[in-house]
Design a protein around this ligand. Structure first.
Ligand code: OSB
Ligand code: MG
Length: 368
């Protein structure tokens, strides 16, 4: 296909409740959307970068800049482009995987809409619906945390993930473990808040029969994860560290991680995410689909990805109402703890133009 224009849409969308992690507290989602206009039709991609570089080095303004000055000019000049050729076209830019993923996903959406094929079919989905978990932020008190978790349990979520940090770990985890039914799936995510000096403290989490501990140490520090994994019984799962399939294979072989959180944006797109999934499946390493507080646009693609055979654990693919009072697409609704994989062409969801306009932080930037 030929790309005639790339549009950048920067939106601010209120969250239904603040979301606090070890790296900060968010009350809204500033989100960058990319629309490609091509000779076969339009496609949308959602950039997962946060407004600040606190989860990853990438952030919204940086992604905009990289797309504006490097990625969009590359696709506009390329003539014939496909989603499959995008990674090669973008390889002259070092890193910036979230920016690359957003534009590649928009290309894939346009391409598959034109072909009448869904993301799920293209990725290799083997299920019509996926098991959903929910990521629960750091709360102002244990009582408020239990209240929030109870609400999610009542809604049917199949797994609870608690955000932890030094000073908010053993006590909330114990209280939630006590609240849940025996055998309920519970895991924690530290977003790099600890160091290996905390090893003895982290070992105390072994008492709570957790599914996993996600990313306790900084992303570059694979060796500390190796040391922790050897010293505790709770499985170690990496999120931030896993930026390519090759890094994942290395971390698996070094026994730094035994479960992997797959986020397409973090690895440069859904094509790389499928490769990562395949590499994990081949090595019997369980994977689950992470989330970045996506709108329905990104959620549609995540749910399709989570329908691949290796995704054996519930993902952070929660329903639209866990995040937003109104979603940018038709809402994703939890049914018996699952979300349905969209079956329509491309992402299978329709972007609500009136909400894109209502939440716009600035006029659309069109790159020609
Ligand atoms: O570490 O998984 C994470 C949200 C933003 C940035 C990083 C993370 C998260 C979440 C929420 O845990 C996942 C979601 O519900 O989208
Ligand atoms: Mg995480």
């Amino acid at each position: 296909m030929r790309v005639d224009a790339v549009e950048l849409h920067r939106l601010a969308i209120p969250l239904v409740r603040p979301f606090e992690t070890s790296f900060g507290r968010q009350t809204g989602r500033v989100v960058l959307l990319v629309r490609v206009r091509t000779d076969v039709g339009d496609g949308w991609g959602e950039c997962v970068a946060m407004v600040d570089p606190f989860y990853s080095s990438e952030f919204v303004s940086g992604c905009e800049d990289v797309i504006r000055h490097y990625l969009a000019p590359a696709v506009l000049a390329a003539g014939d482009v496909t989603a499959e050729s995008a990674a090669g076209l973008f390889s002259f830019v070092v890193g910036h995987r979230m920016a690359k993923a957003a534009i590649e996903t928009a290309l894939l959406d346009a391409q598959l809409r034109a072909a009448g094929r869904s993301f799920g079919s293209y990725f290799g989905a083997v299920r019509a619906s996926v098991d959903c978990g929910v990521s629960v932020g750091i709360a102002p008190s244990i009582a408020q945390l239990l209240d929030e978790v109870s609400g999610y349990v009542d809604q049917g979520y199949r797994r609870i993930k608690l955000k932890i940090k030094p000073g908010w770990d053993l006590e909330p985890v114990a209280a939630v473990r006590e609240l849940l039914e025996p055998g309920a799936l519970l895991q924690v995510d530290a977003n790099t808040a600890y160091t290996l000096d905390d090893l003895d403290h982290l070992r105390e989490l072994d008492a709570f029969d957790l599914l996993l501990i996600e990313q306790p140490f900084v992303e570059e520090d694979i060796r500390s994860h190796v040391a922790l994994a050897a010293a505790i019984s709770t499985p170690v799962c990496l999120d931030e560290s896993i930026v390519t399939t090759e890094v994942a294979i290395d971390a698996i072989e070094r026994r730094a991680t035994s479960i992997i959180n797959i986020k397409a944006g973090r690895v440069g797109g859904y094509l790389e995410a499928v490769r990562l999934h395949d590499a994990c499946l081949e090595r019997n390493v369980a994977v689950w689909c992470g989330g970045m507080l996506e709108t329905g646009i990104g959620r549609a693609a995540n749910v399709a990805l989570a329908a691949l055979p290796g995704f054996t654990l519930p993902g952070d693919t929660s329903a639209s109402d866990r995040y937003f009072a109104e979603d940018l697409t038709e809402p994703f609704v939890l049914r018996d703890g699952t979300l349905d994989v969209p079956t329509g062409a491309g992402s299978g969801v329709t972007v609500r133009a009136e909400l894109v306009a209502a939440w716009a932080m600035r006029p659309v930037e069109t790159l020609l």
